[in-house]
Design a protein around this ligand. Structure first.
Ligand code: ADP
Ligand code: MG
Length: 630
């Protein structure tokens, strides 16, 4: 999917804190709120403390959904089932004679921790298996599947004798830490909130890293991300498992807060409620989960109280009100309430100081380029059919290191299709593509990236709301290695500094230094194409494919682009460029291949092509300006 970059103004540009007048930063405000909560905890009523504990528990699940749905674009109605896995795992570990026999060597106070470990392992395993099966499904099938397994797990809890059937399991012990029993909400609540705040911190760190950038591509940029070497299928499963683990931790805490479990809190209704929380709060914002959880928990509480009194009969009226509320909120605030709150508070908050990254560590992985003149990319009899349409008809072509090869032809000739064939985005119907001498039939585009091919897209594929810098940094994905845990714990900073420095270098090289920190969607379309080139260069490619890079550029910008490509050629890159501007092509290319109706009609030097009668004929019928350039 391509993003309609121009259609929509950059939302985040509006949300980003203005250079601003306030006296307190967002971070300081957060810290102050946390300290206030901690200081007032002992003085709050039992009722408030209980309510806040539930808000914390719900927020923990909702923040997993923010990652899954808001950030990574996968909707799940079944999250309550993972909460159930966490709750039932610890209930079983703490109360069943079977578990007692197996865990006899463990001091009794440790049983809940064994329960936590069991819950996490089970939730991860279930999520991994479900994810591997269902995440491949596109469109509406994924949400439908989450409903299906949400229901199945719920009925499993209710029907397993081992788990107490529909009555559930009673007699869970309180958690104890260092000999202190956390038997009441007042005692357990601080642990719940500590876990929540730690999770928020870790997830914030994760999103602000190499791995986070890869996760952000999952929603709308998967084709692009694969072309930059990101294994998006794997990332999707990992986010899914992460959300399940957060649910399981919430379930574990919940079980020890309630001290009993039954299937009711883990049914589909509640799964939908968790999704409400994430979406109403602000599906793409971590703190939106806390806001959504607080709003919905408090509202539910109030409505359950008031509605029956108001209507004079009992029933689950709050569900109806919820439904209506959801409609109104989503109608008016499609991105949830958090962005609005952030925008409003941005007026009186000071901007957080920019993070100081440490000095960049060892430079990023470098590729040794193949010797000049060596064939780096070869297409042999590549044919692509779309039903009856032959978009590419037995196309032969090669690109050598240290040359610029241009692919030209009228609109609809099959140039972009050919690009997809030779970059692994799509598979040829017949024929073979070799990259660095290796046959690539059936390989995904990330394996092309691994061998040193990088590309831009005719219809730009940028994350419009992220900065130019972040977009370009995605290109360097494969050159760095720090994983999720390192990112969450901020152990990736030296490598991150190196990645960002490299991204900035490529942005400056492409002449967009002044725009590095602007949202990509705020740039003109021509400049967005240049961002795509910078992103491709950040991967340090040996082969560079550019699909209409000069479209939408002004004359001087085109000249700058031509100079950049000349420089890259001099460095030894093999470059294949599709371009309609004949002056640009004729001055730059070493060789030209001409496509018409999917078939190669000529190949040669610019001089040969300009003198080729068949090419002239093809172009006279079209709207291009070969004649003028010749
Ligand atoms: P170019 O880039 O040279 O303008 P394209 O490669 O985009 O041409 O398109 C070549 C032909 O293939 C066009 O007729 C186009 O409509 C068709 N085509 C491209 N992609 C698809 C697709 N996914 N399904 C069906 N037809 C397609
Ligand atoms: Mg095209």
């Amino acid at each position: 999917m391509t993003m309609p970059l121009n259609a929509k103004p950059a939302v985040h540009a509006a949300v980003a804190p203005a250079p601003s007048a306030g006296w307190i930063t967002r971070r300081q405000l957060t810290l102050a709120a946390v300290l206030l909560l901690a200081a007032s905890w002992a003085f709050l009523s039992d009722f408030s403390v209980t309510l806040l504990s539930y808000v914390g528990l719900c927020a923990l699940v909702a923040v997993g959904l923010v990652m899954l749905t808001g950030v990574a674009g996968m909707t799940s109605f079944g999250q309550a089932a993972f909460v159930g896995v966490g709750a039932y795992a610890t209930a079983w570990a703490c109360t069943s004679p079977q578990a007692a026999a197996w865990l006899a060597w463990l001091p009794p106070a440790w049983l809940p921790w064994a329960g936590l470990a069991l819950g996490l392992v089970l939730a991860a395993a279930v999520a991994w298996v479900l994810g591997a099966i269902t995440l491949k499904l596109a469109g509406h099938y994924l949400p439908l599947c989450t409903i299906a397994w949400g229901l199945s797990l719920y009925f499993l809890f209710g029907n397993l004798e081992l788990l107490g059937g529909h009555t559930g399991i009673t007699g869970l012990p309180a958690l104890s830490i260092g000999g202190a029993a956390l038997a009441t909400p007042r005692a357990l609540g601080p642990l719940i909130w500590a876990v929540l705040l730690l999770s928020l911190w870790a997830l914030h760190n994760l999103l602000d890293s190499r791995e986070g950038r890869a996760i952000r591509t999952l929603k709308s940029g998967r084709v692009m991300a694969e072309s930059m070497g990101v294994d998006t299928g794997r990332y999707r499963i990992k986010v899914f498992v992460l959300a399940a683990l957060l649910g399981a931790v919430s379930g574990w805490l919940y079980a020890h807060l309630q001290r009993f479990v039954n299937p009711t809190p883990f049914n589909l209704n509640i799964g939908i409620e968790y999704l409400f929380m994430a979406v109403v709060g602000g599906a793409g914002h971590l703190w939106g989960a806390v806001l959504g959880a607080a709003l919905i928990t408090l509202l539910k509480e109030q409505l359950q109280d008031w509605l029956p009194r108001l209507l004079g009969s009992s029933g689950n009226f709050e569900v109806i009100v919820f439904g209506l509320l959801m409609l109104v909120v989503l109608q008016r605030y499609a991105d949830g309430l958090w962005p609005r709150l952030a925008q409003w508070s941005g007026r009186w908050l000071k901007a957080d100081p920019a993070e100081h990254l440490p000095a960049a560590a060892a430079p990023l992985a470098q590729r040794t380029l193949p010797p000049r003149g060596q064939v780096v990319l070869q297409a042999h009899e590549v044919t692509k059919r779309f039903g009856g349409l032959v978009a590419n008809n037995a196309v032969n072509m090669s690109v050598k290191a240290g040359e610029v090869h241009a692919l030209i032809g009228p609109n609809g000739a099959g140039k972009s299709t050919f690009f997809n064939m030779i970059s692994g985005v799509d598979d040829p119907t017949t024929g073979e593509v070799r990259l660095m001498g290796k046959p690539m039939t059936g390989k995904p585009s990330r394996e092309f990236a691994a061998l040193g091919l990088s590309r831009s897209f005719q219809h730009v594929r940028l994350l419009g709301q992220r900065t130019v810098l972040e977009n370009v940094a995605v290109g360097a994905h494969r050159r760095a290695h720090r994983g999720w845990v390192a990112s969450m714990l901020r152990l990736d900073r030296a490598e991150e500094a190196a990645v960002l420095a490299e991204a900035r270098r490529q942005i400056e090289r492409c002449g967009l230094g002044a725009h590095a920190d602007a949202p990509a969607a705020s740039l003109a379309l021509g400049q967005q194409r240049i961002v795509e080139i910078a992103r491709a260069l950040a991967s340090q490619p040996a082969v560079l494919l550019l699909d209409e890079p000069a479209a939408g550029l002004r004359h001087l910008e085109k000249q700058a682009l031509a100079r950049l490509l000349e420089q890259l050629r001099a460095e030894g890159l093999g470059i294949l460029v599709v371009e309609h501007d004949m002056e640009f092509v004729m001055n730059l290319a070493d060789r030209i291949t001409v496509l018409e109706f999917g078939t190669v009609i000529a190949e040669g030097t610019p001089a040969q092509i300009q003198g080729n009668q068949r090419v002239l004929d093809a172009y006279l019928g079209g709207s291009d300006d070969l004649g003028a350039a010749a």
